[in-house]
Structures are given as structure tokens and as C-alpha cells.
Ligand binder design. Structure first.
Ligand code: ADP
Ligand code: MG
Length: 263
């Protein structure tokens, strides 16, 4: 197997709230290989954002290890972490986070300001906007773009430094379901054609279903890690046993001889 781009080993992130401790991430081990397209699911408060921020070197773990391209980043200085993020990781957020005064090309070029200068920055930004289907929107400002288009700009921006992995926290959270499906199809295309590794936090089973692997969190731990085709795939999408109306509840109803249910 290829060396994982990201390898978390027994990662823990504990917050202190007054005298109480919150175990936001409570011992997570996970390997993400180059070329994966995967989803992280789980109820609100289950630790998804904290895990993504740890994987993206935005947060330091309380304990455990994180390796990027096979090298531990635990002893890295703040400057070294910033350099790793800049070189290897692209971020996409629910709220797009575009700069209103800048047009699409300028927004995509933004991360280049913090790295080594590249003379082809403008051309690179245009190429990426073409790749995400916005060739005819390069000079538009965010207010002149739809939500789905703004998120495409944010994805182009995440790709501008050729990252090893793109981490997206609820990227479709502000989009209607048709636009979300279009965005997923586009991410899939980037994954297949460009080999971009993509990790998507979502609580939309429709989004997760379009990936190849679903990791489900509960109380800061991994409760399911299923790949498409595994027996646990459906349960991972449904969050079986986590809430009423899930597969477990349907099974219970069947056993009780009531509704025929769909299993
Ligand atoms: P999710 O993204 O799955 O909704 P989060 O990772 O945001 O979950 O949060 C996990 C848990 O950690 C929650 O109980 C949340 O309240 C807590 N938490 C997150 N960030 C902080 C923080 N900066 N300080 C204290 N508690 C936090
Ligand atoms: Mg979150």
C-alpha cells in the first residue's frame, strides 16, 4: 500500500470547560491513503470538526501522533506547521470564506501570497476555475455568484498549492440538495482525474454515499470505518443504532412483525 498521506495514531484532544474536561477527540487512529475520497460522519458534537482540524495541523493534539507523508508533526514549531499546511493541505469550509472585495481569480490566488512566489499564479488560478466549471465567472465577485459557485471558487482556492489532501468541513451545508449533488460530482471528478485526496465532513448521507469510505464518529471515537461494498457500508451511512428510525429501529419493527420495512 502507498504510504498514507495522513496517519493519526491514538489522537486525543481534550478541552477544559471550567472544571470539566471535554474529550472532543478521544483516541482516534486512522490512515488516509493517497487518492482516497472519504466522508467523516457523526452527530453534532461528535468531534468531526476537531478531528479535521487535527488532521489539517490547525490544532495540536493533547496526546497521540499525527504523521503527514510519513513524518510525525508533533514536534513541529508553529512555523513548520504553517509550512506543512501551506504545502500539503487545502481547506474548504461550510461558509465558503471568500473575500467579498476580490473577484474569483483573486480569491483563488490568495494562498499564493503566503508561499513562495509563482509567476504563473494568475494562469494557475484561471486553470483551476476552469477545472471547477467557472471559466466564465473568473472576474465575478462572491456577491455575483450563487452559493454553489462560491463553493467551487473555495475548492479551486484549496487546490492552488497542489495539496496532497483537501479537507472539507460540511462543504455542502449551505447548499440545496441538487447543488450539493453537483458539487459532489465535481469533487469526484477531481478525485478520479487529478488523483486529489479528499476528506469531507458531512451529516448528509446523500453526500457520504457518493464517497468510497465512511468513518463514523460518536463521542470522539471511531465507531465505524466502512468502505463501499463492505457489509457495514449501509449501517455507516445510516448511523445504525445511533438514533431512532435508523436501521436498528427498522429491524426491531420487523422482528416485532409489524411494518415489513426495507433492509
Ligand atoms: P462536530 O464538528 O462533530 O459537531 P466538534 O469537533 O465541533 O464536533 O466538537 C466536539 C466536542 O468538543 C463538542 O462537545 C464541543 O462542544 C467541544 N469543543 C469543540 N471545540 C471546543 C473548544 N474550543 N473549547 C471547548 N470545547 C470545544
Ligand atoms: Mg463541526
Amino acid at each position: 500500500m502507498n504510504q498514507p498521506i495522513l496517519r493519526a495514531s491514538d489522537l486525543v484532544k481534550t478541552y477544559r470547560r471550567g472544571t470539566a474536561e471535554v474529550h472532543a477527540v478521544d483516541g482516534i487512529s486512522l490512515e488516509i491513503a493517497p487518492g482516497e475520497l472519504m466522508a467523516i460522519m457523526g452527530r453534532s458534537g461528535s468531534g468531526k470538526t476537531t478531528l479535521l482540524d487535527l488532521l489539517g495541523c490547525l490544532l495540536r493534539p493533547t496526546s497521540g501522533d499525527l504523521a503527514v507523508d510519513g513524518s510525525s508533526v508533533i514536534g513541529a514549531s508553529d512555523g513548520e506547521l504553517a509550512a506543512i499546511r501551506q504545502a500539503r493541505i487545502g481547506f474548504v469550509f461550510q461558509e465558503f470564506n471568500l473575500i467579498p472585495a476580490l473577484n474569483a481569480v483573486e480569491n483563488v490566488m490568495l494562498p499564493l501570497r503566503y508561499g513562495p512566489r509563482r509567476r504563473d499564479g494568475q494562469a494557475r488560478a484561471r486553470e483551476l476555475l476552469m477545472l471547477v466549471g467557472l471559466a466564465d465567472r473568473v472576474n465575478h465577485r462572491p456577491s455575483e455568484l450563487s452559493g454553489g459557485e462560491q463553493q467551487r471558487v473555495a475548492i479551486a482556492r484549496a487546490l492552488v498549492n497542489d495539496p496532497g489532501v483537501v479537507l472539507a468541513d460540511e462543504p455542502t451545508g449551505e447548499l440545496d440538495s441538487t447543488t450539493a449533488a453537483d458539487l459532489l460530482a465535481m469533487l469526484r471528478r477531481l478525485n478520479v482525474e487529478r488523483g486529489v485526496t479528499i476528506v469531507i465532513v458531512t451529516h448528509d448521507p446523500g453526500v457520504a454515499r457518493s464517497t468510497d469510505r465512511v468513518v463514523r464518529l460518536s463521542d470522539g471515537r471511531v465507531v465505524t470505518d466502512a468502505r463501499r461494498g463492505d457489509g457495514a457500508w449501509r449501517a455507516a451511512l445510516d448511523g445504525e443504532g445511533e438514533r431512532e428510525g435508523g436501521a436498528l429501529a427498522r429491524l426491531a419493527a420487523r422482528i416485532a412483525g409489524r411494518a415489513p420495512g426495507r433492509v
